[in-house]
Design a protein around this ligand. Structure first.
Ligand SMILES: Nc1ncnc2c1ncn2[C@@H]1O[C@H](COP(=O)(O)OP(=O)(O)OP(=O)(O)O)[C@@H](O)[C@H]1O
Length: 545
C-alpha cells in the first residue's frame, strides 16, 4: 500500500471531520449492539410469563430497542456525512491537482499521454481511489469497532457459542475477497470493451462525412455490431460472477443460523442458556455478517485503489519540460531574433528546424514560405515557447525567451492556428475567449476586422449562435475568421498567422489585411503562407528550403 500512503496528507488535512466520523462509527455500533440484549430479555420475559397482554417490562425493553435503533440510524447518517463527505472532498482536490498538472505539461508531453489517458485518470482512477478513501476506510474502521463491541456482548452472553459462530466469518471474508477480485478484473475487461465502443462511435461520428462519401456505412455498422457483441459477452460474464456474491453471503447466513440453532438448542435442553440469549445470537450474527463480507470486498477495492494511485502518482511526478521562473510583469515590444535555432522532435527524431537565424524588428512583418513539412509550424511553436530549441537561442526584445515571464509573454501573442479550433460554445464566447470580460462592442469590432461580422448577423441567434462541436456549424473560412478575431481582440504585440488565411479567397484575405492594417502596424507579425501574393505584402520574406 505504498502508493496509497501519498494520500496521508489529505487525511491529515481533513482530520477533524474524520475524527468526528470515527466517533460516529463507535456511537452507531454501540447503539446497534446495545439494543440486542433487550430483544433476548423481551423474549425471556414473554416466555417466563405465560400471560398474554400488557407487560410493562416488555414495553420498556421495546422503548429501549426503538430508541437505540433511532440513535443507530442517526449516528450512521452522521458517519456517512463525515467520512463519505471527506472522501468526496479529497476526490475534488485530487481531480483538480491532476487537471492542473495536465495544464502545466508541455506540448510534446501531451503527445505521449492521450486524451483517453487523461479521462481515465480523472474518472476511473480517481473513483477507485475514492472508494478506498470513503467506503474502504469506513467499513474497515466500522468492522474493527463492531467486532470489539459485539465480541464483548457475545462473550458475556455465551463464550462457547461466540467461538463457534465467529470462526466461519474470516473464511467468509476471504471467499468474498476472492470473488470481489474476480468481479473487479471482469468489470475492468467490461469497461475496456465499453471504452472501445465509445472511441469507435466518437471516431466514426467525427468522420461521418468521410464514411458517407465512401459509402462505408455498412462496414462501420458491422464493426460496431462486433464491438457491441463483445461488450454483451463481457457484461454477461460479469453478471454471472456477481451473482455468486450474494449467494455466498446468504449461504453462510443460513449455515450460521443452523449452527446457532443446533448448539443453542442443545445448551437450552441442558438448561445452560435461555431462549432469549439464543435470539440474541441470531441478531449478533446478522449484524456481523455484512461487515465481514465487506472486508473481503474492501480488500479488493483497496488493491484496485493502490494500482490507480500509483498510476496517478507516476503522472504527477512527471516534471513539466517548460517551467516559468520569472513572474514580473512588463510590456513586450515584439522584437524577435532566432540565433542558430534547431529543433528535433523527440518522438520521431525529425530535425524540423535546422540552424535557423533571422531577425524581425518590433512592428515589422515577416512572411515565412516553404514546402510542406519544411518546419514553418514548428517555428510558430518555438516562437510561442510551446517547445524549446534543441540548439540555438530565441531572443525576444533582446532577451532569451527562456528568461521571460511565460504567462506575460504569451499574453502578448495572438496566434491563429493552421487548423481552426473552436470551443463548443457561442460565437461571442469563442471570439472573446482570450479576454476575462470582453464587451459586446469589442467582440463586434474585431469580428468586423476579421470580415466575419456580416456572416454572423445572418445567423438567427447572431453572436449567441452555438458553433457546435469544434465549430461544425461553420464553414472552414468562417472558422478561420473567428480565429483571427479571437487573436486580434487581445491587441497582441506579436501576431502569428500559421497558414491561417488559406481557407479564404484572395478578396476576403485582402479585406482582412486592409482592416487590420493599423493593428499590424502596432505589432510584429509573422505570416506563414503558401501564397506569394500574401508574402509580398510583408516587410521581409523568409524562404525555407
Ligand atoms: N508533433 C510532431 N512530432 C513529430 N514530428 C513532427 C511533429 N510535428 C511535425 N513534425 C515533423 O516536423 C516536420 C516539420 O513539420 P511542420 O508542421 O513544422 O511543417 P510545415 O512547414 O508547417 O508543414 P505544412 O506546410 O504542411 O503545414 C515534418 O517533417 C513533420 O513530419
Amino acid at each position: 500500500m505504498k502508493a496509497l500512503k501519498t494520500l496521508n496528507p489529505y487525511f491529515w488535512k481533513h482530520r477533524i471531520l474524520l475524527f468526528w466520523g470515527f466517533l460516529f462509527i463507535v456511537a452507531s455500533n454501540f447503539f446497534n449492539i446495545f439494543k440486542v440484549q433487550f430483544v433476548g430479555k423481551s423474549v425471556d420475559e414473554i416466555a417466563n410469563n405465560d400471560t398474554f397482554g400488557f407487560n410493562q417490562q416488555v414495553l420498556i425493553y421495546v422503548g429501549i430497542i426503538v430508541g437505540s435503533s433511532l440513535l443507530t440510524g442517526f449516528f450512521t447518517f452522521m458517519m456517512r456525512q463525515t467520512i463519505i463527505v471527506t472522501s468526496r472532498k479529497i476526490e475534488y482536490e485530487l481531480k483538480n491537482k491532476i487537471y492542473r498538472h495536465y495544464q502545466e505539461m508541455t506540448l510534446s508531453q501531451y503527445k505521449s499521454t492521450t486524451i483517453g489517458d487523461l479521462m481515465n485518470r480523472l474518472s476511473e482512477d480517481v473513483v477507485a481511489v475514492r472508494m478506498y478513501l470513503g467506503p474502504g476506510v469506513m467499513y474497515v474502521v466500522n468492522l474493527v469497532v463492531l467486532l470489539i463491541v459485539t465480541s464483548i456482548y457475545m462473550v458475556n452472553t455465551d463464550a462457547e457459542m461466540t467461538l463457534w459462530t465467529l470462526i466461519p466469518l474470516p473464511i467468509l471474508s476471504f471467499v468474498i475477497y476472492k470473488v470481489s477480485s474476480i468481479i473487479n478484473a471482469k468489470s475492468k475487461i467490461m469497461q475496456k470493451s465499453q471504452s472501445a465502443i465509445s472511441t469507435f462511435v466518437q471516431d466514426s461520428f467525427s468522420g461521418i462525412r468521410v464514411v458517407k462519401f465512401f459509402a462505408k456505412e455498412k462496414y462501420i455498422e458491422k464493426n460496431y455490431g462486433i464491438k457491441v457483441k463483445d461488450y454483451q459477452e463481457k457484461a454477461l460474464d460479469l453478471a454471472k460472477t456477481e451473482a455468486y456474491f450474494f449467494t455466498i453471503i446468504l449461504f453462510v447466513i443460513g449455515i450460521l443460523n443452523v449452527a446457532i440453532l443446533w448448539i443453542g438448542g442443545q445448551k437450552y435442553l441442558a438448561n445452560e442458556i435461555s431462549v432469549g440469549k439464543i435470539a440474541d445470537f441470531f441478531m449478533y450474527i446478522n449484524i456481523l455478517i455484512w461487515p465481514f463480507s465487506m472486508v473481503g470486498w474492501v480488500t479488493s477495492v483497496n488493491q484496485r485503489a493502490e494500482a490507480s494511485m500509483s498510476r496517478i502518482n507516476e503522472f504527477l511526478e512527471q516534471v513539466p519540460e517548460i517551467i516559468n521562473t520569472n513572474h514580473s510583469v512588463y510590456p513586450i515590444r515584439g522584437e524577435i531574433e532566432f540565433r542558430n535555432v534547431s529543433y528535433v522532435y523527440p518522438n520521431t527524431g525529425i530535425k524540423a528546424v535546422k540552424n535557423l537565424s533571422f531577425k524581425v524588428k518590433a512592428g515589422e512583418s515577416l512572411a515565412i514560405m516553404g514546402k510542406t513539412g519544411s518546419g514553418k509550424s514548428t517555428i510558430a511553436l518555438l516562437l510561442c515557447r510551446m517547445i524549446q530549441p534543441t540548439e540555438g537561442v530565441i531572443l525576444i526584445d533582446g532577451k532569451d525567451l527562456e528568461e521571460h515571464n511565460l504567462e506575460n509573454y504569451r499574453q502578448a501573442i495572438g496566434y491563429i492556428p493552421q487548423e481552426s479550433y473552436l470551443f463548443s460554445d457561442t460565437i461571442a464566447n469563442n471570439i472573446g475567449f482570450p479576454m476575462d470580460h470582453p464587451t459586446e462592442q469589442e467582440i463586434i469590432k474585431y469580428a468586423k476586422k476579421a470580415d466575419v461580422h456580416k456572416n454572423i448577423v445572418k445567423f438567427k441567434e447572431q453572436y449567441q449562435t452555438m458553433v457546435g462541436e469544434r465549430g461544425v456549424m461553420l464553414s472552414g473560412g468562417q472558422k478561420q475568421r473567428l480565429c483571427i478575431a479571437r487573436a486580434l481582440i487581445r491587441q497582441p504585440q506579436i501576431l502569428i498567422f500559421d497558414d491561417s488565411l488559406s481557407a479564404l479567397d484572395t478578396e476576403t484575405e485582402e479585406n482582412i489585411l486592409n482592416n487590420i492594417e493599423n493593428d499590424l502596424r502596432n505589432c510584429t507579425s509573422i505570416i506563414i503562407t503558401h501564397r506569394e501574393s500574401t508574402a509580398k505584402k510583408a516587410d521581409k520574406i523568409l524562404n525555407l528550403t
